[in-house]
Design a protein around this ligand. Structure first.
Ligand SMILES: Nc1ncnc2c1ncn2[C@@H]1O[C@H](COP(=O)(O)OP(=O)(O)OP(=O)(O)O)[C@@H](O)[C@H]1O
Length: 556
């Protein structure tokens, strides 16, 4: 790694002395200037990593040159060089932002070596951080969002338009459609906010994952001793996100009290820490995400209308995967390639023609998240280089389906034709939900089945929900191949499948009981690993957190 030095001193003899000393190291490149003006002019052509700057120079002088260098690059290390007797000025310069100083004649070259060594480490670290930042930005840039269907093109256009200003963006879409990915893309593509030299961090706050009583402190922070357990000052997410983006995930989960406080914060662009007296201003982008019909919540009085308008200044509706046409294949291929790149021992694995057809025909109730898990799992399952349809585990008796579906929650598992009786004894959709949209996992918790029609994306007809093939024939398809053999088998310990299968024929098991047990069981089997349990249940992590909270299941 080459370190580039600027030596700026009108004393040509001393400038040469310094440059010889520095130039001894092979990885150093030295540029010598005899005035501040010349050094500043050179910034257009070459960018220094470290500057040695004489204080007493005719013309601009060292102090003014320092000030202008800092305007150019605030973190640029600048070491001031002072003549004997001007050490006080050097100390002043340090107060003005210089990194260190060397006094001419007093073991100056020895000190120079020490300072250079230390600052080189700092430069190396700064470069590494910059490189990492660039990698992260690339990872979450637009190019990470796969898909060129018309539905996604519309999303990209909207995302680009959000970048023109700083309105509050609300990303709506079913679980696993990529809402967080879109939020990150907005963040990493946006320019720094006015008045901020660079982009601040992307800070996530998940309203479903944090207990209501801790939520206020999570948002706004708290002062030490403000409540039992507040042992130290805590900086809230709003403050953490200063200059960057605050991503409010699952915003439909906020309780009404907090909604009022959030509204106030967003309106006034200031917050007060819990237990704090003064207000603190913040400046950040705010992006929220939800898979709930927030407008319906407004109608029911569970979501404040004024907050709705504040958050939904710029809504972006993410289409479900089943509405993205051939994107599903692009994504599947992309996930396969990523996985093989990460685990080269799987080099050569490819999707068979039948697997491709199955991927196209399936309804993907868990959206992109489900597709990703399916492809990665299939890579492991496939014995040969060809990944076969059976390896996907999306159709047939071994299909891994969302728990609600396996447990027979209507309308997912129930095949329509009388010849193929429902996989579980539950005879019909629960009466309380007769008009529920025929979505894949209508759990009443904002999962895929609960998502309302989004502007620009018509709710697909019932058959389309589970399989495009079915849509053509007018019957639900992808799982309608279920036969009695497909019915979940009772498990000795009573499992997700067992819950439904053990119920007597004439007993309707309340959906909520099934859900509670399914969540408890998945959580226990996965030994508290939320990511894994959510994956197994076919729901998002946030949804699982919400269910754990709802059913009061201990996560200890
Ligand atoms: N268009 C896409 N291209 C590539 N990967 C995607 C795309 N959409 C989603 N993903 C991937 O799918 C997974 C789920 O995405 P993400 O977490 O953004 O969804 P979400 O809608 O925020 O889910 P939830 O509502 O459950 O929080 C992630 O691994 C993400 O990288």
């Amino acid at each position: 790694m080459t370190t580039r030095f600027f030596v700026v001193d009108d004393d040509r003899h001393y400038a040469r002395l310094l440059s010889y000393r520095i130039d001894k190291a092979k990885d150093h490149e030295v540029h010598v200037f005899h005035s501040g003006e010349d050094a500043l002019d050179a910034l257009d052509r070459v960018r220094p990593d470290l500057v040695l700057l004489d204080i007493m120079m005719p013309g601009l002088g060292g102090m003014e040159t320092l000030r202008r260098l800092q305007l150019f690059e605030p973190d640029l290390p600048v070491v001031m060089i002072s003549a004997q007797g001007t050490a006080d000025v050097a100390v002043e310069a340090m107060k003005g932002g210089a990194t260190d100083y060397i006094t001419k004649g007093q073991d100056d070259l020895v000190k120079l070596d020490t300072v250079v060594k230390r600052l080189k480490d700092r430069v190396r670290l700064a470069r590494e951080v910059e490189q990492l930042r660039a990698e992260v930005a690339k990872k979450y840039g637009m190019e990470e969002i796969v898909g060129d269907s018309p539905a996604m093109e519309r999303v990209y256009q909207l995302v680009q338009k959000t970048l023109r200003g700083n309105l509050t963006v609300a990303v709506q879409g079913e679980s696993g459609t990529g809402k967080e990915l879109v939020a990150r893309a907005i963040h990493f593509n946006a320019d720094p906010l006015p008045g901020k030299p660079e982009r601040g961090p992307f800070v996530v706050v998940n309203s479903a994952a944090i207990p209501a009583e801790l939520m206020e402190s999570e948002f706004f922070g708290h002062e030490k001793g403000s409540f039992t357990g507040a042992h130290a000052r805590h900086i809230g997410k709003f403050e953490q996100a200063d200059g960057g983006t605050l991503f409010l995930d699952e915003v439909g989960e906020l309780d009404l009290g907090l909604q009022a406080k959030l509204l106030r914060a967003l309106q006034n662009r200031e917050i007060t820490r819990v237990g704090g007296a003064g207000t603190i201003t913040f400046e950040c982008r705010v992006i929220s995400a939800t898979n709930k019909d927030v407008l319906e919540m407004v109608r029911k009085g569970t979501f404040r209308e004024d907050l709705y308008y504040r958050l939904f200044q710029f809504p972006i509706a993410l289409p479900p995967l089943r509405a993205r046409g051939n994107d599903v294949l692009l994504l599947a291929q992309g996930f396969l390639e990523d996985y093989v790149e990460a685990y080269p021992r799987f080099k050569g694995k490819r999707l068979s023609g039948a697997a491709v057809r199955a991927i196209l025909d399936y309804g993907w109730p868990g959206n992109v998240r489900e597709l990703k898990s399916t492809v990665e799992r299939a890579v492991l399952i496939a014995d040969g280089d060809e990944i076969e349809e059976e390896d996907l585990l999306i159709n047939g008796p071994n299909a891994i389906r969302p728990w609600a579906e396996r447990a027979g929650a209507a309308p997912v598992a129930a095949p329509p034709a009388p010849a193929a009786p429902p996989a579980v004894p539950s005879p019909a959709p629960a009466p309380a939900e007769p008009a529920a949209p025929p979505a894949p996992s209508g759990d009443g918790q904002g999962g895929p089945g609960d998502f309302p029609p989004l502007a620009g994306f018509a709710t697909p007809p019932p058959a389309e929900v589970y399989g495009r093939g079915g849509a053509e024939q007018g019957v639900p398809q992808a799982h309608s191949s279920a036969t009695p053999q497909d019915a979940p088998q009772a498990q000795p310990g009573g499992g997700v499948d067992g819950i439904a299968a053990l119920a007597p024929d004439d007993l309707i098991v309340p959906l909520d009981d099934l859900k509670r047990q399914a969540v408890e069981r998945a959580f226990a089997i996965c030994e508290g690993n939320v990511e894994r349990a959510a994956g197994e249940l076919g729901i998002g992590r946030a949804t699982l957190y919400r269910l754990l909270k709802k059913y009061d299941i201990s996560t200890e």
